[in-house]
Write a protein that binds this ligand. Structure first.
Ligand code: UD1
Ligand code: UDP
Length: 383
């Protein structure tokens, strides 16, 4: 490897940080020089993740503004990244997933003639409106990327179908599972993940726990109103159930959730949780209701049935394996499916199998080894 062959890892949001942290560790294990740059498209929710994985960014672009829109983040990231990438001139830029940071960083690298590697490549809904704008962000990133680390064979096939050179696509597993299993193991070995205030702990103790998250832009407005009404109906009709909902900081989520669900018995609203306590809560949950990409992947590894509050998913592997179900944002569909799983132990058991189509916990190690070969000027053998 050339001594100047530096890798520039860029991320901006909570899920990118969780999924790229194992990659940064793996690159360091391969003795690859790494620069970490955060756009800070998220601020608090990003800063919650960094200490867990012992990451101190070399560059912090500090972009987040309250209630920012897509133009703000795209333009801000592109301009700020121009400066740092041009100054560093890395051999390779690594991005992850489908956020605005992902797309803008890939575009900035392309403008500067720097190669791009895309982690979690090849996910598709084939519906440009959902998830919005992530489906387009990931398609554009695939067009810009030179190397594609696909989590599954399905994702690899999507890229092949779009004409991406198969010699540049590698199935690695999803690095989010690496992060999850590391944290879950530390919890199994006595690391304490419980940080809920005593009053909330009392509210959920001895009850069947349903864990909820939600933040998708295409559900803002009517979708979120329906989701909130469904959650209210679930606690009203199941006295043995408590719902815990760490609410995303996006004001479009905060407003309806606190307005409709504030001050309800057995419905605990929380600020976003740090990753370790969040994993501990997933472990305690009987059921998970979410529209999150990452949680769709994590829940099956923890043997938790996951109901996906979306009409479509770029992660169909969980649905096909029977460990996830799409329930949309329709109030009745959500409440009826939750009621079925709470009542019917056979249906529940079929979903809580532990089958995990997304990874084996060694994705980042594979990516680290591939990147070391790429930097050394080799085209790695296909796998
Ligand atoms: C972003 C990503 C989405 C990803 C999600 C993960 C885009 C377009 N969207 O959506 O793909 O799934 O992150 O959570 O890239 N906020 C804070 N503090 C924070 C984070 C957010 O106050 O730490 C508030 C701010 O008011 C901010 C707003 O949330 O302006 C929206 O943040 P933004 O990153 O633009 O969108 P998300 O909905 O978080
Ligand atoms: N997560 C967390 N605290 C929370 C909610 C989620 O640490 O309060 C973690 C979760 O375990 C997963 C990631 O954040 O790894 C998912 O982030 P998010 O749902 O915001 O984004 P998405 O995956 O939909 O892009």
């Amino acid at each position: 490897m050339s001594t100047t062959a530096r890798v520039f890892v860029v991320f901006g949001t909570r899920p990118e940080a969780i999924k790229l942290a194992p990659v940064v560790t793996a690159l360091r294990q391969q003795h690859v020089p790494v620069t970490v740059c955060v756009t800070a498209q998220h601020r608090h929710m990003l800063d919650q993740v960094l200490p867990v994985f012992d990451i101190t960014p070399d560059h912090d672009l500090n972009l987040m503004r309250p209630n920012q829109d897509l133009f703000d983040v795209t333009a801000g990231a592109l301009l700020a990244l121009r400066e740092v990438m041009a100054a560093e001139r890395p051999a390779l830029v690594i991005v992850q997933g489908d956020t605005t940071t992902t797309f803008a960083a890939a575009l900035a690298a392309f403008y500067l003639h720097i190669d791009v590697a895309h982690v979690e490549a090849g996910l598709r809904t084939r519906n440009k409106a959902a998830p919005f704008p992530e489906e387009i962000n990931r398609r554009l990133t695939s067009s810009l990327a030179d190397w594609h680390f696909a989590p599954t064979e399905w994702a690899r096939a999507n890229l092949a179908g779009e004409g991406v050179d198969p010699a540049r696509v590698f199935v690695t597993g999803n690095t989010g599972i690496d992060a999850l299993l590391t944290v879950a193991r530390s919890l199994d070995h006595g690391h304490t993940g419980a940080t809920l205030p005593a009053a909330m702990e009392a509210e959920i103790q001895h009850r069947r726990l349903i864990l909820v998250t939600g933040h998708r832009r295409e559900s803002f407005g009517v979708g979120f109103e329906q989701i909130c009404r469904a959650l209210a109906a679930i606690v009203d009709t199941h006295p043995d159930v408590a719902v815990v909902y760490p609410v995303h900081l996006n004001p479009n989520v905060q407003e309806p959730v606190y307005r409709i669900l504030g001050n309800r018995p057995r419905l605990v609203l929380l600020p976003p949780l740090e990753y370790v306590p969040f994993v501990a809560l997933m472990q305690r949950a009987e059921l998970i209701l979410t529209d999150s990409g990452g949680i769709q992947e994590e829940a099956p590894s923890l043997r938790k049935p996951v109901l996906v509050m979306r009409d479509t998913t770029e992660r169909p592997e969980g649905v096909d394996a029977g460990v996830a179900r799409l329930v949309g944002t329709d109030e009745r569909r959500i409440t009826e499916t939750v009621a079925l799983l709470l009542r019917d132990r056979d249906t529940y058991a079929r979903m809580a199998t532990g089958a995990n189509p997304y990874g084996d916990g060694h994705a980042a190690g594979r990516i680290g080894a591939l990147v070391a070969q790429i930097l050394a000027g080799h085209t790695p053998a296909p796998h």
